[in-house]
Design a protein around this ligand. Structure first.
Ligand SMILES: Cc1cc2nc3c(=O)[nH]c(=O)nc-3n(C[C@H](O)[C@H](O)[C@H](O)COP(=O)(O)OP(=O)(O)OC[C@H]3O[C@@H](n4cnc5c(N)ncnc54)[C@H](O)[C@@H]3O)c2cc1C
Length: 341
């Protein structure tokens, strides 16, 4: 029986993602805190070679499902494969990276193995042999510490909790777990992948800086005119030069759905805040955005916050930012872009 078991999936090219290697560090750390061994299961293309690549991680045993059915993400086959690994390892505590692939299938695997499952785990601790986990609730406002008596217990660990594991490759001697994939598991067929052009991808979680655009960019400016075209050039110029990730306020993206002329490269995916996302970046620059509480709550994990606003009484100036520049963002960003060139 494996008390502690880590389930990973490979990427389509057979490699492990950063999230996978981070969760490997988390599992190794938890194993040493528990003073017990751990095992690793891998699903996906090239699973056994991937297991060899992490052979030096200290895991006692490795299990793999490498069938063609799990070469690409798909709920039915991923759920079946993950449940098969958990059963093969007879695991009690199961960790997995909180990737979109596992976030989709692990609740199903939990149902099939009679396990409890918790998502978005940001810390794990052991006291008197008892495991506790932490996660945020209510849009990152309440941090809770929880424990469960249910076993098996599956925990999906968020990115950034540990450093990515680094170590020696070797021979993992992985045990292949046979899974009987039927027609129902293969019903959804992946015909191809369409990726946006690299420069069309504005959400960059690994970027050091988050650039947030607010509705002010689309408002009449001091000359009484709209300058939406100029705004687009300035924002995209900065994103390109600084490699920044693009965030937005709700008001700005709502304008787009209302049919008004706005910034075409923005969507609700960029929205930061209470009903948007809570990105994590070392620095954030808010421009033409008021800094209302429902927006600013999404900045919880931005370490250094700066804002540019023409209004000295804006929300950012009420203690929500480290530095507020009372200035015209069009002028400031033109100058910043020139300096970056
Ligand atoms: C339940 C609920 C949930 C919500 N969730 C979210 C959420 O998830 N995310 C979110 O963003 N909002 C959310 N909101 C809306 C939020 O309260 C604000 O309405 C919204 O964030 C305001 O967007 P804004 O600051 O871009 O626009 P505005 O409030 O219109 O502010 C525009 C700002 O631009 C400044 N400006 C204009 N021109 C310039 C210039 N040339 N240079 C510098 N500054 C300039 C103005 O001074 C002004 O401060 C939510 C609201 C509710 C009620």
């Amino acid at each position: 029986m494996a008390d502690l078991f880590l389930v990973l999936h490979t990427e389509c090219d057979g490699s492990f993602s950063k999230a996978a290697l981070e969760s490997l560090s988390t599992a190794a750390d938890l194993s040493s805190k528990l003073g017990s061994a751990y095992s690793v299961g891998v699903i996906g293309a090239g699973a056994s070679a991937a297991a060899d690549a992490i052979a030096g991680c200290g895991a006692e045993k490795f299990y793999t499902v490498e069938d063609e059915a799990v070469a690409a993400p798909r709920y039915s086959s991923d759920t079946k494969a993950s449940a098969a690994l958990i059963k093969a390892a007879d695991a009690q505590i199961i960790l997995a990276p909180g990737t979109s692939r596992f976030a989709r299938c692990m609740p199903g695997a939990a149902y099939r193995t009679g396990a409890a499952v918790d998502t978005h785990i940001v810390a794990l601790a052991v006291e008197d042999g008892k495991i506790s986990a932490q996660r945020w609730y209510y849009r990152q406002r309440i941090l809770t510490t929880l424990s469960r008596a249910d076993r098996p217990w599956i925990l999906l660990v968020d990115g950034g909790v540990s450093d990515a594991w680094q170590g020696d490759a070797g021979s993992a001697g992985a045990q292949a777990v046979a899974v009987d994939f039927g027609d129902a598991d293969n019903r959804v067929v992946i015909k191809g992948v369409e990726s946006p052009a690299v420069d069309a991808q504005t959400i960059r979680p690994d970027s050091a800086i988050l650039f947030v655009a607010g509705a002010g960019w689309t408002k009449k400016q001091s000359d009484g005119e709209y300058h939406i075209g100029d705004a687009g050039v300035l924002i995209q110029g900065f994103l390109c030069k600084a490699g920044a990730s693009l965030g937005s306020s709700k008001s700005l993206v709502d304008l787009q759905s209302d049919g008004q002329e706005t910034l075409s490269f923005m969507s609700h995916m960029n929205q930061v805040g209470q009903t948007g996302s809570t990105p994590r970046h070392a620095k954030g620059l808010s421009t033409c955005c008021h800094g209302e509480e429902p927006h600013a709550v999404g900045w919880r994990f931005i370490n250094e916050r700066r804002a540019i606003n023409t209004d000295a009484n804006c929300g950012w100036a009420q203690g929500k930012a480290d530095v507020v520049y009372i200035a015209d963002a069009f002028e400031v960003m033109e100058k910043v872009n020139a300096l970056l060139s």
